[in-house]
Write a protein that binds this ligand. Structure first.
Ligand SMILES: [Zn+2]
Length: 387
């Protein structure tokens, strides 16, 4: 049996000539008529439940992998989908406006109604397609081999099967070997199961900047993994050098991306450590996973930390205190409006027209408590936040 991995086919290609038969509930053809999506013997489309079909579209929009798709090459101009008909029918139906997804505002949107950049993102997604050519019994046998005892292979295991050769063998020896003494150290930064290729996958992800299949294809017959090892160790050495404490929230962060972004900047590990400890001890920091990128970026992007906000009781108390004072003085209850010179100088804002603001910014040590809370009109609060 011949097998061939295709990484050049896009959603747009598949959807060229896509036909969906509403009556029979089947996706019929794609790839300009070359592809039969649901051959007669296949089960019908069952993703049309408003969840699975929507999830396929959301995966495309977020750039998540859809997993491998298998075609059976019947002849030079004829392909049949062996596995993947539900996913293909889902995006085919979406692109042909057969169902809608909800946008950020909860509004139902058909394909023709979403922004053109989102349309393009969907259409330009490249799929991972495995073309098999052989007799039916050969193909069935092959499927049995790649599905061990009912546990489907994960993406990396499948890629290892697809690109089997000296490179994969050496890579697994290094990264999928639970006897490797380095695993303990690596496990501080990498989430995943060693023997299910979690570490190998991460190493490949880092060196290839996310294009694992492409990288494995180019290096398939290499008889060394030098580049992979050097890059992986550079990332690990960098993280463990900059952050001398190991915190459990470091595990599974996008260290490859952070390395690319920040490894050329100098850091003082002792200072970094003190800042990590300070932020870990800060009750206002709600997202500890963001601490590391926050520090690497120069401690400015507080969004990464998801700093605690004022609660409603505090806001109401401060609001009523401000309004009493404002009415007594005959000026606006937004202190910044009150010192301005425009028409809002005397305006009394409603509670829902105002937002709570840290008088002393959190990043300068200001607490999220009633003493450090003031209510500002939404315009002034936004202006202050953007400074
Ligand atoms: Zn104001």
């Amino acid at each position: 049996m011949n097998t061939n991995l295709r990484t050049d086919i896009t959603v747009k290609d598949i959807c060229d000539g896509f036909v969906y038969n509403e009556l029979e509930g089947k996706g019929l053809f794609g790839l300009s008529g070359k592809l039969t999506i649901q051959p007669e013997y296949q089960r019908n489309y069952f993703y049309a439940d408003g969840k699975k079909d929507v999830a396929v579209i959301e995966s495309l929009l977020k750039g998540y992998p859809l997993g491998l798709i298998y075609f059976n090459k019947v002849s030079d101009n004829t392909l049949e989908v062996l596995d993947g008909q539900q996913r293909i029918t889902s995006f085919g139906r979406f692109v042909t406006n057969k169902f809608a997804i909800k946008d950020e505002n909860g509004m139902e949107q058909y394909f023709s109604g979403i922004a053109t950049d989102k349309q393009a993102k969907i259409l330009e997604t490249k799929l991972l397609i495995y073309e098999c050519e052989g007799t039916e019994s050969e193909i069935k046998e092959w499927f049995r081999t790649i599905n061990i005892a009912g546990v489907p292979l994960n993406d990396q295991e499948l890629l290892n099967a697809v690109y089997s050769g000296p490179f994969v063998t050496l890579g697994k020896e290094e990264f999928s070997n639970s006897q490797n003494a380095n695993i303990q150290k690596w496990s501080a930064y990498i989430k995943g199961v060693v023997n299910r290729q979690g570490y190998f996958e991460r190493a490949l992800d880092w060196v290839s900047k996310g294009n694992i299949g492409d990288y494995m294809s180019r290096h398939r017959y290499d008889t060394n993994i030098t580049e992979l090892k050097i890059y992986f160790n550079s990332v690990i050495d960098w993280v463990s050098g900059v952050f001398i404490d190991v915190e459990k929230e470091m595990c599974g962060l996008e260290w490859g991306r952070l390395y690319e972004e920040y490894h050329k900047k100098p850091y003082d590990p002792a200072k970094v450590s003190a800042e990590v400890q300070k932020l870990y001890g800060d009750p206002y920091v709600k997202n500890r996973k963001g601490i590391f990128e926050y520090i690497l970026g120069g401690s400015v992007d507080t969004k990464l930390l998801n700093v605690r906000v004022f609660d409603d009781a505090t806001k109401k108390t401060v609001y009523s205190e401000q309004i009493t004072k404002a009415k007594a003085k005959g000026e606006s209850n937004c202190p910044l409006c009150a010192i301005g010179h425009d028409a809002n100088k005397n305006k009394i804002w409603k509670l829902k027209e105002m937002d709570a603001d840290h008088v002393t910014a959190w990043s300068r040590g200001g607490a999220t408590n009633i003493k450090n809370c003031q209510m500002l009109c939404k315009t002034h609060n936004r202006a202050k936040g953007n400074r």
